[in-house]
Design a protein around this ligand. Structure first.
Ligand SMILES: [Zn+2]
Length: 602
């Protein structure tokens, strides 16, 4: 029997393994002073109401005051949220975080007039002001992005009506959340040790990775019993959510909900279309990977519940945190000395909260804002997956560091469309480093499979979701009723098309749409796929050792939001409106699939 290890209390964790939040506010006095100052800033800012457009000078003053407020507020917020995350059971931190959440809501409400007032300015007026006041010119791109919304803004009365109804329009998402997280009760199932356990969303993923086939089969079947039972409610909820998107898009004069969602990040629809076309063309590669799985697992029938169990067993590789730091420096060395210096600074300056303690938030993330260090939260375990997590989060943190140190505040962050590219590129560099340095075939197979599974789950699976999401919106827009039967019929066929004939298209999988929270986002998932593919291509560029390509990549890490995301990527070496970067990524997938076949089918 394995002993249950007791987690340390927060105060028992060695200080060198904790993040140093005193770099943000040295003590509670400094924090309180920052809040008081912010409240003063809000009072001053309110005096600009009604005057933003009066002159070039008032526009400049108000815009800078607005940005300063945002800057002060995000620093206060990130400090309180990280304090809370390090020990969510600490009553003092809970109170601090609640206080700050309230502050954010109050300040946001008080300054909400600013954007509409700015958008009321005509483009000619803004152009004249830019000429008249040279100091305004550093905000030109920001103003351009803000004013691009102008054509889709409705009258004051209509906007007020829509804002007032936002709770109601958000109802489908809330209803799904309550149903899925609170009301659904799943049956008891057996775990690997043969114990009866209560099936839950969290446990489902773990059981599906089980090496015991009966365990994963039972979890799969019992989970879908519930979604099937409630399929009509779930279809109605999802259909209403899709209708809301289409309704708002039409109201605001967009051609489609897709166009509206992508425009919010200045992404042309062609990026989405190109992704779906290229994935479609490369489905035979996924079919080959699925066939390999069937052969290696020695199954006469491969079912949907056989897709997540590990192909190679656990890698026989353990790293302590100290060893992982050294490995990360070697794997990331191709990014150059300057990059590496900053990684070392992260390790030396206590930007990382390393180990688990009681009450600490689970998982891993990179956080930090313009005026703080780019902190990392980990829950360290001595294994290869955690080394991947470390370089992933380090990718985000270095992106943040280089952006905040090379851009003024107004361009000192980056959009979600660009975020996962920096982190996934680092994972790719680690993959390549491990393949070159680890000669044990079992470790090689584990690393290859780790990459291929990541590609399958991020490029193929998210593209499948993106295809379904687009279909939903098109069906609704053309007046079709989205019944449970219709959704299941389309999804089941789409799934079969994606995975091919090597897998049995179990009837349950036709209801997978019913349990995916991301379908309640708004054309979001495609970015996972485009980001992963772009990162694959960029890491190939970096590994080519062409200095110009490395420089182009580092320029992307420094660009923040100073330009449109597609332009930033173009300068980094990837044109996301064209198909070449996707073809390049599929080539890497194919090469590594060949290697894994070579190792496992010998
Ligand atoms: Zn990430």
């Amino acid at each position: 029997m394995t002993e249950v290890k007791k987690l340390p209390q927060r105060k028992e964790v060695p200080v060198e393994l904790t993040w140093d939040l005193e770099l943000i506010f040295a003590n509670s006095g400094e924090f309180d002073a920052a809040v008081t100052e912010l409240e003063q800033q809000v009072i001053t800012f309110l005096t600009y109401q009604g005057q933003v457009g009066q002159s070039a000078q008032t526009l400049l003053t108000a815009l800078e005051a607005w940005l300063d407020l945002d800057r002060a507020l995000e620093k206060i917020y990130v400090y309180a949220s990280m304090k809370n995350d390090q020990d969510t059971k600490n009553a003092e931190y809970q109170a601090l975080f609640t206080r700050v959440q309230k502050l954010v809501a109050e300040v946001s409400a008080k300054i909400a007039w600013f954007e509409p007032e700015l958008l009321a300015l005509s483009e000619e007026t803004v152009a004249t002001y830019l000429q008249a006041e040279p100091k305004l010119q550093q905000y030109q791109h920001l103003l351009e992005v803000l004013l691009a919304k102008k054509a889709h803004i409705l009258s004051d009365k209509e906007e007020a009506l829509l804002a007032g109804a936002s709770d109601i329009l958000g109802a489908p998402e809330n209803i799904f959340g309550v149903l899925n997280n609170a009301d659904f009760k799943f049956a008891q199932v057996s775990d690997e040790a043969g114990n009866k356990v209560q099936l839950s969303q969290g446990l489902y993923g773990k059981l599906l990775e089980s090496v015991n086939r009966e365990v994963r089969k039972e979890a799969f079947e019992k989970l879908y019993l519930v979604y099937h039972q409630f399929r009509h409610t779930l279809a109605t909820t999802l259909a209403t959510h899709v209708r809301m998107h289409n309704f708002e898009a039409k109201l605001r004069g967009y051609n489609s909900a897709q166009e509206r969602a992508l425009a919010s990040n200045s992404i042309p629809v062609k990026v989405y279309t190109t992704l779906l076309e290229q994935v479609e063309q490369h489905l035979p590669l996924l079919h080959r990977y699925v066939e390999l799985r069937k052969k290696v697992l020695g199954l006469t029938e491969l079912h949907m519940y056989d897709l997540y169990t590990p192909l190679t067993g656990k890698a026989n590789l353990a790293y302590t945190y100290e060893e992982a730091k050294q490995e990360s420096l070697k794997a990331l060395a191709v990014l150059g000395d300057d990059y590496l210096e900053h990684v070392k600074e992260a390790y030396a300056s206590r930007w990382i909260d390393v180990v688990e303690n009681e009450g600490k938030r689970s998982g891993a993330y990179s956080s930090g804002v313009y005026d703080t260090a780019p902190y990392i939260l980990l829950n360290w375990q001595d294994n290869l997956d955690n080394l991947f997590t470390l370089v992933h989060e380090m990718g985000h943190s270095m992106h943040t560091y280089l952006t905040t140190h090379n851009q003024p505040y107004q361009y000192g962050d980056y959009p979600i469309f660009l975020a996962e590219i920096a982190s996934t590129t680092n994972e790719n560099l680690l993959t390549q480093y491990l393949l070159e340095t680890q000669k044990d075939p079992q470790v090689q197979a584990y690393v290859l499979n780790h990459y291929l599974d990541g590609f399958k789950g991020t490029v193929f699976r998210q593209a499948q979701f993106a295809q379904f999401e687009l279909w939903l919106h098109e069906q609704e827009a053309s007046g079709q009723a989205l019944t449970a039967e219709k959704l299941a019929d389309y999804y089941g066929k789409l799934n079969q098309h994606y995975y091919g004939s090597a897998v049995v298209n179990d009837q349950q999988i036709a209801y997978e749409w019913a349990r995916i929270p991301h379908f309640y986002y708004n054309f979001y998932v495609y970015q996972y796929a485009t980001g992963f593919a772009a990162a694959t291509t960029l890491s190939q560029n970096i590994l080519s050792k062409d200095p110009a390509k490395l420089t182009a990549y580092l320029d992307y890490l420094q660009a923040g939001s100073s330009n449109y995301p597609l332009e930033v990527m173009k300068q980094a070496g990837v044109n996301m409106e064209e198909s070449a970067y996707l073809q390049e990524a599929f080539k890497v997938f194919e090469k590594r699939l060949n290697q894994l076949e070579g190792l496992l089918l010998k």
